[in-house]
Design a protein around this ligand. Structure first.
Ligand SMILES: [Zn+2]
Ligand SMILES: [Zn+2]
Length: 92
């Protein structure tokens, strides 16, 4: 299972779970525009990958596996590189 993330143009992860903590329009750190979907195809950005495990009292707890959005160089749906993946590279 996976959450949906919000990332600014520079690559700051503004929220790694927009369902739990909604993202602002602008990055608090640098003021750049915040994206919650792929700029090319509008697929949701992958946030935290997690699994549900049995807790000590029989409750299900969320165990985080990894943050996906910074590990991913491009969109899984349309394969376009994200703007923050290669900030110093522009394809001609
Ligand atoms: Zn930022
Ligand atoms: Zn895409």
């Amino acid at each position: 299972m996976i959450t949906h993330a919000a990332v600014c143009r520079i690559g700051h992860v503004v929220s790694d779970d927009i369902a739990a903590s909604p993202a602002p329009m602008r990055c608090r750190l640098c003021g750049a525009r915040v994206w919650t979907v792929c700029p090319s195809c509008e697929a949701p950005l992958p946030g935290l990958q997690f699994t549900m495990i049995q807790g000590s009292e029989g409750t299900l707890v969320r165990r985080m596996l990894q943050t996906q959005v910074q590990a991913t160089e491009g969109c899984l749906a349309c394969h376009e590189p994200y703007p923050w993946s290669f900030p110093n590279q522009r394809h001609a």
